[in-house]
Write a protein that binds this ligand. Structure first.
Ligand SMILES: [Zn+2]
Ligand SMILES: [Zn+2]
Length: 275
């Protein structure tokens, strides 16, 4: 069906991790918006950071509450039990309906510290100074090496491919046009292609005002098209109002870049949808 991609939101967060709304509130919003599919993708537990991911207790609660919602909305809205699984997570992504494989950290080669690269500028600055001799591009290279490792694990969706650029809007940490940055991203993109990954076009950083471009950048999307070009549009919604934020713009942009279709995740897996 034309425009089917507008009816599926599969990258969403709730209060059980770092979202603003309860699972219940997100489900009501999805149903009211007329969506066909809602996928929950709470942050998997990682031992390196307890700030935004689900604790083991919350992970159990997440499972129970989603099962309840699935029954409650049966025949009205397909609710999928997914997870946004981090490379450094200590849980198993098997057992979920689908999983988004995402990189949120770089591990310092000197100190062994895990740095969250997409949140506090001070953390990224410390990572660059204390672990990479002041070389911001080296951190970008380490980040993309992690994305490559994740691609090898064949997630259902490869999450926010170039998240490393999120708080680099003014180029304060590294130069995104540098050949070193491009090469690192290219190598991760090749790994994604080898593993037949589906990349998400993630509108989240625009909604939250970090960047004016979606993940991945247009340059990478152009490169991705001849490599397979499978993409799914997501909003990485941290509040119920953002479920399909930017979808129309993302689709228009993809079309302009030469894409003819996007994939849509539903209860029976991916189906293509013409743009
Ligand atoms: Zn993420
Ligand atoms: Zn997310």
């Amino acid at each position: 069906m034309a425009g089917e991609y507008l009816l599926s939101a599969v990258h969403t967060h709730s209060k059980l991790c770092d979202g603003k709304n309860t699972l219940d509130e997100v489900a009501v919003a999805a149903w009211r918006a007329g969506l066909k599919t809602l996928g929950f993708s709470g942050h998997s537990h990682t031992p390196c950071d307890l700030e935004y991911c689900m604790s083991p207790g919350r992970t159990a609660q997440y499972k129970v509450e989603i099962a309840k919602l699935q029954k409650q909305y049966e025949g009205k809205l397909d609710i999928l039990y997914g997870i946004e699984w981090d490379l450094y997570s200590d849980t198993d992504p098997a057992g979920y309906d689908y999983w988004i494989g995402s990189t949120h950290y770089v591990r310092g080669p000197k100190t062994g510290k895990y740095y969250e690269i997409d949140w506090r500028p001070a953390d990224l600055a410390a990572c660059i100074q204390d672990d990479f001799d002041g070389d911001g591009l080296a951190v970008a290279e380490a980040y993309f090496a992690n994305v490559e490792k994740l691609a090898e694990k064949k997630p259902t969706i490869l999450g926010h491919f170039d998240l490393i650029k999120k708080i680099n809007g003014k180029g304060e940490f590294f130069d995104e046009s540098s050949p070193r940055y491009r090469d690192a991203a290219h190598s991760a993109l090749m790994a994604a292609a080898r593993n037949r990954c589906v990349l998400e076009v993630n509108t989240g950083a625009v909604y939250r005002g970090f960047r004016d471009e979606f993940f991945p950048s247009n340059l990478l999307l152009k490169e991705w098209l001849p490599l397979g070009g499978n993409v799914v549009i997501t909003s990485d919604a941290h509040d119920a109002a953002a479920l399909t934020f930017g979808y129309t713009e993302a689709a228009a942009q993809l079309k302009q870049l030469g894409y003819e279709k996007v994939l849509v995740l539903g209860k029976n897996g991916f189906t293509p949808c013409a743009l």
